[in-house]
Ligand binder design. Structure first.
Ligand SMILES: [Zn+2]
Ligand SMILES: [Zn+2]
Length: 291
């Protein structure tokens, strides 16, 4: 088990500024999205809605950490296309950006972690790292996938999702509304998706803040391992491990660092549905994919 060490300073300037462009429509959509999620707490609950909501949380969550992150962004394992598309579609139900843009943005984060080109470093403010960057049109280069994701750019499904990125969400809404009724949407769709998204946002904010967690590796960024983000984020909270070994499929190290994404991958591997799991050793050269 690596020993915790203090965060490595990455800049003499604790709060640099950057040009920003507020997008009021994205902000409005986020407010409505949160209100729909909160409506679940005011509406009556049914146990089958709670169970379905847990399923949506796991589909969206594993879709993000295993599908968008470990597979598309880092090529940390291989699997059949149907499983890849199933995972990525689960992530897309949350109304995150399109998969090609997600992967390009994340590769940019690794390329410029806590430096000027980082899309969502707490250097620009804690709220900015958590959610502010989502409503800043200048945080993200929406064409970067053409350069950073050449390995994914010929995939017809991902190219289609560039145009029809809302469809997985709308399809889920339609299925839930038709089978369980409109009243079930906050409990089955919006609350689980929003609970997952705040886990994902916390990786960018909490897991890059020196006031939380610990560091096992001296990486040149401020990444931290934070146990409760590890649990909530299905393994994503072991973020310092991940920055030290970006192409490794398993984020948690040992039973003290529970990682549901890794458990899912081990199960799929035992079933023969996942193979080529990468386990790069410390210090091993790990070229980034797709460039
Ligand atoms: Zn990071
Ligand atoms: Zn990553």
């Amino acid at each position: 088990m690596p020993q915790a060490t203090p965060a490595a300073p990455v800049s003499a300037d604790p709060r640099p500024t950057r040009p920003m462009r507020f997008n009021p429509w994205t902000a409005l959509a986020l407010v409505v999205y949160h209100l729909l999620a909160l409506a679940a707490l005011a509406l009556p609950w049914r146990w089958e809605w709670a169970l379905a909501g847990l399923g949506v949380f796991l589909w969206a969550g594993l879709g993000t950490t295993v599908g968008l992150h470990r597979l598309l962004s880092h090529r940390a394992f291989q699997c059949p296309k149907w499983l890849e598309y199933f995972l990525v579609t689960g992530a897309a139900t949350t109304l995150q950006t399109a998969p090609l843009e997600w992967a390009a943005n994340h590769r940019t984060h690794h390329g410029y972690s806590d430096k000027d080109g980082d899309p969502h470093s707490p250097r620009f403010g804690v709220f900015y790292a958590h959610l502010g960057w989502v409503i800043d049109d200048l945080s993200t280069d929406r064409q970067a996938w053409k350069v950073r994701c050449k390995d994914l750019a010929n995939d017809r499904y991902y190219l289609a999702l560039q145009k029809f990125r809302f469809w997985p969400h709308l399809a889920l809404v339609a299925v839930v509304a038709l089978t369980a009724g409109w009243q079930a949407l906050p409990a089955i769709v919006y609350l689980p998706c929003k609970v997952w998204m705040h886990a994902a946002y916390s990786v960018n904010s909490v897991c890059h803040l020196p006031s939380f967690g610990s560091r096992g590796y001296e990486t040149p960024d401020t990444s931290r391992n934070v146990w409760w983000v590890g649990l909530w984020g299905l393994g994503e909270g072991w973020h310092n491990n991940h920055h030290a070994h970006p192409r490794r499929a398993f984020f948690g190290e040992g039973w003290r660092q529970p990682d549901a994404g890794s458990a899912f991958l081990k199960l799929m591997s035992a079933l023969g549905l996942v193979w080529g799991l990468r386990s790069g050793a410390r210090g091993q050269a790990e070229p980034e994919p797709g460039q």
